[in-house]
Ligand binder design. Structure first.
Ligand SMILES: Cc1cc2nc3c(=O)[nH]c(=O)nc-3n(C[C@H](O)[C@H](O)[C@H](O)COP(=O)(O)O)c2cc1C
Length: 180
């Protein structure tokens, strides 16, 4: 199960990609929008990778609720967490701080954590958000302030690597596909 929270949609794309990587290794995978209706409980799955993105220093509140509600299952099952933010691209200490806050607020300390670079989707934002994000980027010394285009900082190979490392902890070596 890959339950995720997203605000502008990038974490949904990353979760789909995570599911594709899991499937390419011969397993079933389901990416689930926690913000949607009828979210299944993780108890019925063999493993869980939770994803969320950062806005104004915080992960989506409904992801925190989901994790608090399902903490027992997340601690019992093999599980991992990934956090999507601009900071993961340009300020790793800040990105780690967001995850520490998440751990403090939920009580769940995931054994494996991925920090994935987010996006500046200027062309999708409304007027205010566009100018706010441009100012934030400029203040942080990020040169990507051309609001007529989008910038995606996600390193997809890093996402793949994170998922494959997680899978290696689940599958006994003898059962692994020798072609990788
Ligand atoms: C209004 C807004 C606020 C943001 N605040 C932060 C922030 O405080 N720290 C950060 O590292 N990234 C911040 N970001 C960048 C997002 O984490 C990034 O755009 C990410 O790709 C969003 O993922 P999503 O599309 O799944 O919601 C912000 C983005 C927006 C639009």
């Amino acid at each position: 199960m890959i339950p995720y929270g997203t605000t502008e949609g990038l974490t949904a794309r990353i979760s789909e990609y995570v599911a594709d990587v899991v499937r390419s290794h011969g397993h079933e995978a389901e990416s689930v929008d926690i913000g949607g209706a009828g979210v299944p409980r993780p108890d019925a799955y063999d493993a869980v990778i939770v994803g969320a993105s950062i806005h104004m220093g915080k992960h989506e509140e409904y992801v925190l609720d989901f994790v608090r509600d399902n903490r027992d299952a997340l601690e019992r099952l093999p599980s991992a967490f990934f956090s999507v933010s601009m900071a993961a691209h340009d300020n790793p200490d800040e990105a780690e701080g967001y995850v520490e806050e998440f751990v403090r607020q939920t009580g769940w300390r995931p054994a494996r954590v991925g920090l994935f670079g987010g996006a500046l989707l200027y062309t999708h934002y409304g007027f205010i958000k566009r100018h706010m994000l441009k100012k934030i980027a400029r203040d942080k010394g990020n040169p990507d302030t051309d609001t007529s285009r989008d910038y995606v900082y996600t390193e997809w190979d890093g996402v793949k690597h994170f998922v494959e490392e997680f899978l290696e902890t689940l599958v006994p070596e003898a059962a692994r596909d020798p072609r990788g």
